[in-house]
Unconditional design. Structure first.
Length: 715
């Protein structure tokens, strides 16, 4: 790699280049050195403005190197330093780091607004765009420039002094509220647990889940009545709201009362007491509406969609309605089938299933219909073998090799691994970190990819290769047993790796459009969702699914069951995503403080046509909806479905070429790499996709893959 570990400088937080020395970055450094960094960046930006003023006053033409290159250097210094602080806040959260992050965040926002509202910079960018004299900009530069100008417009560069001051105050408030929202969810998740002492309370749970719950009890200092330490067989077991504990229990536990208790605790997270996010939600929505209207937009959704692939709110509504119409009748049928399954087993809840029953009876029905017990398949998916299969697929499709490089770069936790990505000729292309396991006490839930280093060139002209963070929250190893993954966890890993591939395999030389940069938000999920499709590809799945003890491959009949069950309850799953997306869109396009309904009430109105089981009274789902209130998906949650249309259509290209025809798979994979993965944000997503596919995407493949084609045809 061009950046070696021994190049790390001190203080680590102000290094500003290369791979961060994570262990050397402390909360105290954040307090001490972020102000120092911002002071230096302010001086550099003032100098840039002075230089640009001189060029503007001279009447001469302006070039890329005079404005965009130094602007990127400034932005990158801040992205690098604040990025590692935000990263550590997500994966190694402590009260000290959280406080330091919260204390410095307003100043970081202020500096961003300072640059975004610079009249000198805006005039320079306008001249660069409008001038007709040489040098002309290439198409990538034009896209980057247009995006920068739109960003400045949306940061309030065109506002008068009074409005700009109000805009800046609101920006800081929004950032602070989002951080508080996220912290409340993390604290509420950590703060709830339930100790189970009787074996009847964990009846139905698979061995793996019992090990996780007993391990949590051990970590909490619990003991058996005889004074012994917790064991999977004898307990006690500590239940929690993090996914490795929540999902197995809500899916397998026979104790319906405990499932109800757990479900209600989960859907009511961060909705009461000091961690109550309900007032934060109304404040966030109100401030976003104010901010959008200051900038001349009708609402936040219109502002958000101005920089996305979708043409507007109506286009998103049309897509969601198309999917809703296909999914609703299927979901209604699926619910009836679950009730019939419960009735067959003599369950008293059969006449009226509740939300805490759905996963349980869905798993029973799945087992009966397909003779498939997904929990029993975990031994065939140990993490090392899944990685081997994933890496083999990437070599097959994209002609790259991935090698372990543990010990070659600093890490932030002992579980973290480091890998190098090589081209077919052995040359370095990129690297990535993998942080795979759940750590409820210090790591936020979910899974994500983020940028550590972006493809670019240093001031000295040295190539800087991309490095990605890949973060999951899967079931951790237990004693001498490796992390045995559920099939859902396998799909999640493939998903995040798809994001990583777009970041790492970019060939764009401009960092502002390299990888995921400058890719419209509703297209950025294309590579990630595309990679999920390969989890049920025969060559890929059967190549990695081997029993961790015996090495035996996954039995052929189990593979057939997985394939045949791929569309099981697809109506309910699709409808769920449509409900989330439509709720998000309408909260940001229709809700106002004087509407007469709360955000929760609006969501419940939407649920009348987007669910087959209305939310219970305790359901405060919005209070934990971090994607839209703390994660950047505001008025953009529809992006998952928008991009899924693209990803399903993209995978259909491989199906049409022939998944068993290796030469055709490799050729199609090379075309996908050379377009979607390579071109990043250098062209519009529609143009990039058409370069790969030869035509625009349609919803046909997604509806077919989801098993909803018959439902759609009946409408």
């Amino acid at each position: 790699m061009p950046v070696a570990v021994n190049e790390i400088k001190s203080p680590a937080l102000l290094q500003g280049e290369g791979i961060p020395n994570f262990s050397a970055i402390t909360a105290q450094q954040v307090q001490d050195h972020i102000p120092e960094l911002l002071c230096a960046l302010n001086k550099q930006f003032s100098q840039l403005e002075q230089d640009l003023d001189k060029v503007l006053a001279s009447g001469k033409s302006i070039n890329w190197q005079q404005v965009m290159s130094p602007l990127h250097q400034l932005q990158e210094q801040l992205r690098w330093s604040w990025g590692v602080v935000s990263h550590l806040n997500g994966v190694c959260n402590t009260s000290e780091l959280r406080q330091a992050h919260a204390a410095q965040e307003p100043e970081v926002v202020r500096f961003g607004n300072l640059m975004g509202q610079s009249q000198t910079l805006h005039r320079a960018l306008r001249r660069l765009k409008d001038q007709t004299s040489r040098p002309l900009l290439d198409s990538t530069q034009q896209r980057i420039l247009n995006a920068e100008l739109l960003s400045m417009d949306q940061r309030g560069v065109g506002l008068d002094d009074h409005a700009q001051q109000a805009f800046n105050t609101t920006s800081e408030q929004l950032a602070e509220l989002s951080t508080r929202f996220s912290n409340h969810v993390l604290d509420a998740t950590q703060g709830w647990s339930l100790l189970l002492n009787r074996s009847s309370q964990v009846d139905g749970l698979p061995q793996r889940a019992l090990e996780v719950l007993s391990s949590a009890a051990k970590q909490a200092g619990d003991h058996r009545e005889d004074g012994g330490e917790p064991t999977a067989e004898q307990g006690p077991w500590r239940l929690g709201l993090d996914m490795p504990r929540y999902i197995p229990f809500i899916t397998h536990a026979k104790d319906r009362g405990l499932r109800e208790t757990l479900y209600k605790a989960h859907v009511s997270r961060a909705s009461a007491g000091e961690l109550n996010n309900q007032p934060l939600i109304e404040e966030l929505l109100s401030l976003r509406l104010e901010q959008a209207q200051r900038l001349g937009y009708m609402n936040w959704a219109e502002l958000s969609l101005a920089s996305k692939m979708a043409e507007g709110v109506e286009a998103v509504e049309q897509l969601l309605e198309e999917l809703r119409a296909a999914a609703l009748p299927a979901a209604q049928t699926e619910l009836i089938e679950l009730e019939a399954c419960a009735k067959k087993h003599g369950a008293p809840e059969a006449s009226q299933l509740k939300p805490w029953d759905v996963n349980f009876w869905a798993e029973r029905l799945r087992q009966e219909r397909f003779d498939l017990d997904q929990e029993a398949l975990r031994p065939w998916f140990p993490l090392p073998q899944v990685l081997e299969g994933l890496f083999g697929l990437c070599e097959r499709l994209f002609g790259i090799r991935i090698q372990s490089a543990d010990g070659e770069a600093p890490i932030w936790h002992q579980d973290v691994r480091y890998f190098r990505v090589l081209d077919a000729n052995g040359s370095d292309l990129a690297a990535f970190y993998l942080d795979p396991y759940s750590r409820p006490a210090s790591k936020r839930g979910g899974a994500w990819m983020d940028e550590c280093l972006i493809r670019s060139k240093s001031l000295e002209g040295q190539s800087i290769l991309p490095v990605a963070y890949l973060i999951c929250n899967q079931t951790p190893p237990q004693a001498d047993t490796p992390s045995l993954m559920s099939f859902d966890e396998v799909e999640t890993l493939f998903h995040e790796f798809g994001h990583g591939l777009q970041h790492m395999l970019t060939t764009v030389e401009y960092p502002q459009a390299a990888g995921i940069n400058n890719v419209e938000w509703d297209a950025v999920e294309l590579p990630s969702q595309f990679m999920e499709n390969w989890c049920l590809d025969r060559t890929t799945l059967m190549g990695m699914a081997r029993h961790w003890r015996t090495g035996e491959p996954l039995p052929e009949e189990e593979f057939a069951k997985l394939r045949s069950s791929r569309t099981f309850n697809a109506g309910l799953a699709t409808l769920r995503q449509v409900h989330f997306a439509l709720t998000d869109l309408r909260l940001h396009s229709c809700w106002t403080p004087d509407l007469g309904v709360t955000p929760d009430q609006l969501r419940r109105q939407i649920a009348e046509t987007t669910t087959v089981m209305l939310p219970i009274a305790e359901d405060k789902f919005l209070c934990g909806f971090g994607h839209i209130f703390a994660g950047g998906y505001s008025a953009g949650y529809y992006s998952y479905k928008w991009a899924e249309v693209l990803s399903a259509d993209a995978f259909a290209a491989f199906e049409e070429a022939g998944l068993e025809l290796e030469d055709q798979v490799r050729l199609t994979g090379a075309r996908f790499r050379d377009t979607v993965l390579s071109l990043g944000g250098s062209h519009s997503p529609a143009d990039v996709y058409e370069q790969f596919r030869g035509r625009p995407a349609t919803t046909e493949a997604l509806i077919r893959h989801s098993g909803l084609a018959a439902s759609a045809a009946d409408q």
